[in-house]
Design a binder for this molecule. Sequence first.
Ligand SMILES: O=C(O)CCC(=O)C(=O)O
Ligand SMILES: [Fe+2]
Length: 326
Amino acid sequence: MTVTAKDWYRNRPWIDEPDADIDAYCRRVAHPEDYDLKDKLEFWREHGVVIFENAVDTDLIDLLNQDLDALVAEPQRHEIIVEIAGRQMPIRECDTATLASESRIKFCNVQCASLAAAHLSLTRCVTSFLGHIFDNPACLLQSLLFHKGSQQPIHLDYPYVRCQKHLARMAASWIPLEDVHPDSGPLAYYCGSQRPEIMPFYDWGDGSIIYDEKSRNQPMDFANHLNTEMRRLGIEPKIFLPKRGDVLIWHAYLAHEGTAIKDPDRTRRSYVSHYAPLDSYPDLHKKPKAIEEGHCVARNGGYVFDLPWYNGPTDLPSREALDSKV
Ligand SMILES: O=C(O)CCC(=O)C(=O)O
Ligand SMILES: [Fe+2]
């Protein structure tokens, strides 16, 4: 069945509705946050993005970096998937030298092996803010870890990240694992593009608003279309130059890109998480009774579910460090 704009508008987050009443929402929710909730919700509604500075536990970043070193040192022992220059493969088919030096590499769902990654995805301000956006607990759908700038052309995420039950109930976070240098190919985003009322849905072919094997158009066509749209709307890109400890959250319909790398020697280590609320999380991506029987990491009101098909080791260094903290 073709996925159309109707599927988007059905069940989108309350805050995207034209009559969303942020004041009333803030009065209704009981718990105060350590940030100005109303201010952040209003900013999100207008710009499709929020930034929290100095809000990420940098010990977790150190632990994740240690986990990655361990993963890369013994790839044959692990079940993680990596993507190199657009091609996905099991990490065990790669050698350590390639994994350490390849610039076009993405580690997919590293939270399956790394508890530090799962905890980073469940950073308090992120689960808290998304919990408000979704009016439901935030759950990690998938993560990507980048070593260098992605140089990914301008896109929205929802045509690609769409296993959630309700298409519009999705958002993402971007956590730098090091201070981001302007020459390293930083992330750029286009504030205000997140409203289909302003930037209508792209037709991938036959009225479909998602990308799949039947799509007549391709990601490069989408990028060309979005660049034209940004010019039409007069939206200039904002370059994200965060420090370690900052985090950016963006809307499923927000245009963004990985900018060009000006200095090829610079790394831009970063960790991206895509989330759906619990009410939209795909059943097949968790084990039965996952919460009741503990097949998940539950933290700060959010969840990272054990993926049923993952059977690899989960004993990277952060496991012991974090287990001994509790
Ligand atoms: O980090 C980047 O350069 C882009 C990442 C991105 O667009 C994504 O993971 O959805
Ligand atoms: Fe993206």
